[in-house]
Design a protein around this ligand. Structure first.
Ligand code: SIN
Ligand code: MN
Length: 266
């Protein structure tokens, strides 16, 4: 799958690109069911909110076949290889729950700031990808982006270890105000199956979810192979150290898996 010149320009200028309904309802349904099963498991890769609701499941591509296929899917991998002009490997893989009634905030932050400080990643040549497993509305904890903020480089940040169950390098209000006054906000929304790409330096965050609607999103970080991390400090299942390039699977691999899964359940 190739991005058009207009899409490449939009990504370079605005720092983000949204591809609505890239995955079909049949492909997404099986991931959705399996994500719920994963959240019931008790394992160190699954983090919970202070309330006990699931917050994120790390590294699910390594212990779940469907999420493994998603992590090698050509509709996701090829646009990123096109933008970086080289092969990519999986730096981080998480399924963020933002559970109905209790999903907690993700404070304003840049991801590359975290990868540089915590993982020793040389350049912001890793891409953030989010794949919607539920419909994302403006009110169920959608991700908010500050367009063009990726052009600011790495901004000063504080290590916030108390607001949520997940420590994060967060930006202060004055910085977010200044960036907002310049760039405004965008909130990509849409049906399950949509895929959002955003630059590692794009400032983003999301509010809590008090609605009765879950907002599960898979967040993947694909790093250019030459930009492998140099000083890992975090667990292997948070910041991966398998730097081998991803070989994409066939385009119908997820569909075939979904059909086998359904037949086995019948
Ligand atoms: C993230 O920024 O890594 C996650 C944000 C979210 O799940 O809303
Ligand atoms: Mn982030």
């Amino acid at each position: 799958m190739k991005l058009s010149e207009a899409q490449v320009n939009q990504f370079n200028e605005e720092g983000w690109l949204f591809l609505p309904e890239l995955f079909t309802p049949e492909e997404i349904a099986v991931l959705n069911t399996e994500a719920e099963e994963i959240y019931k498991q008790s394992r160190e890769e699954i983090w919970r909110e202070k309330s006990g609701a699931p917050r994120t499941a790390f590294a699910a591509h390594l212990y779940n076949e469907a999420f493994g296929i998603l992590g090698r899917h050509p509709r996701m991998i090829e646009p990123i290889e096109q933008l970086f002009g080289e092969k990519v490997y999986m730096h981080q893989y998480k399924i963020n729950a933002k559970a109905k009634f209790s999903g907690d905030v993700w404070q304003w932050h840049q991801d590359y700031g975290v990868w540089a400080r915590d993982d020793g990643m040389p350049e912001p040549r890793a891409m953030n990808i989010s794949i919607f497993l539920d419909e994302v509305f403006p009110y169920n904890g959608a991700l908010m982006l500050i367009p063009r903020s990726h052009k600011q480089g790495v901004l000063a940040a504080e290590h916030d270890k108390s607001t949520t169950s997940y420590p994060l390098w967060t930006l202060d209000e004055a910085t977010v105000q200044r960036l907002y006054d310049d760039g405004g906000l965008v909130v990509p929304t849409g049906k399950a199956g949509g895929m959002l790409l955003f630059h590692g330096n794009l400032v983003h965050g999301s509010a809590g979810n008090i609605t009765p609607l879950p907002r599960k999103i898979v967040y993947l970080t694909l790093n250019a192979v030459s930009n492998y991390i140099r000083k890992p400090t975090r667990k292997e299942w948070i910041a991966h150290q398998d730097f081998r390039p991803i070989e994409p699977c066939p385009d119908d691999a997820l569909l075939q898996y979904a059909r086998r899964y359904r037949e086995a359940a019948e």
